[in-house]
Design a protein around this ligand. Structure first.
Ligand SMILES: *Cc1c(COP(=O)(O)O)cnc(C)c1O
Length: 288
């Protein structure tokens, strides 16, 4: 079985705002784990796939939107590790580069209405309830096993940071990161990319009831989930041309812009040392 990169490089990010405020910023390159099974999606799937194997299931079934980084990762990882894969895709049938790649790895796609998509267990049962080899994976791979995988993000990282920060969609990655951070006595922060998602704090609390070393910033969604604007796209270009590092417009660019804003506002004390997590998702850039 191919083992994916686990301990990824950490790279210093230079920006005049960081220098002016005496803050050091580093980026952990989980985007380099794999081009398609990228970033947090591999960490979220790792123990889910191991659990499916343990249960002798050979067919992974999951859910997502037409541009889902999770489905892309699942299609590729499923093929690598010898599983059949199927996915329920929300909305009417469309073609795009993500779904084309999913199909190339053999993923079977079922387009379902937004209404039917709501009840995932019902969908799973009506299509695959009789197939004992089928294994249910929730949207985005969320769940306890995903948290366990994300709790490994800081493994092997010996340098001492004051904060570690990631983008937040469902909060699963942040929950795992908070576990990792608690082992090193540091604070985990999330930059939420959804609008009006304050109730997400409760989801995270349910996943890690005993921890309070985490916080979610809810003011950096920039119009809402997957919404873009001129300044965001320009930021991605400026960042890429000055560092060589690509950020995606849905998650990681909003995280980076949020952190720059927080540093500007003196949210972090001088001499803080921030470790940002690059959670991948770069194929999303081609959706623009
Ligand atoms: C899915 C995704 C996230 C969000 O992860 P959650 O665990 O749902 O919060 C962040 N960044 C990228 C690039 C993603 O693809």
């Amino acid at each position: 079985m191919l083992n994916l990169l686990h301990e990824t490089p950490i790279q210093k990010i230079n920006h005049p705002v960081f220098d002016e405020n005496k803050i050091e910023v580093f980026l952990k390159r989980d985007d380099l784990i794999h081009p398609f099974v990228s970033g947090n999606k591999w960490r979220k799937l790792k123990y889910v796939l191991a659990d499916a194997k343990n249960q002798h299931k050979n067919h992974l079934v999951s859910f997502g939107g037409a541009y889902s980084n999770h489905l892309l990762a699942l299609a590729c990882a499923g093929a690598m590790y010898g599983f059949k894969t199927s996915a329920f895709v929300r909305g009417e049938e469309v073609r795009n580069h993500i779904l084309l790649l999913c199909k190339t790895w053999g993923m079977q796609l079922y387009f379902v209405t937004r209404e039917n998509y709501k009840n995932k267990y019902e969908l799973f049962n009506s299509y695959f309830g009789n197939d004992i080899n089928s294994y249910f994976i929730d949207e985005g791979g969320r769940g306890e096993l995903a948290v366990k995988g994300c709790a490994e993000i800081l493994n092997g990282c010996t340098e001492k940071f004051s904060h570690t920060i990631c983008a937040v969609g469902t909060g699963t990655t942040l929950a795992g990161l908070a576990i990792a951070a608690s082992r090193q006595n540091i604070i985990a922060e999330g930059i939420c990319v959804l609008k009006g998602a304050e109730e997400m704090n409760n989801d995270v609390k349910l996943l890690i009831p005993n921890l309070d070393n985490w916080h979610i910033h809810h003011q950096f969604y920039r119009g809402g989930y997957a919404k873009t604007d001129e300044e965001l796209m320009q930021f991605i270009k400026t960042f890429a041309s000055s560092t060589g590092i690509l950020l995606d417009q849905v998650y990681t660019a909003k995280m980076m812009m949020g952190v720059i804003q927080l540093v500007k506002e003196n949210y972090y004390k001088p001499h803080s040392k921030l470790l940002l997590i690059h959670t991948g998702g770069l194929l999303g850039l081609l959706s623009q």
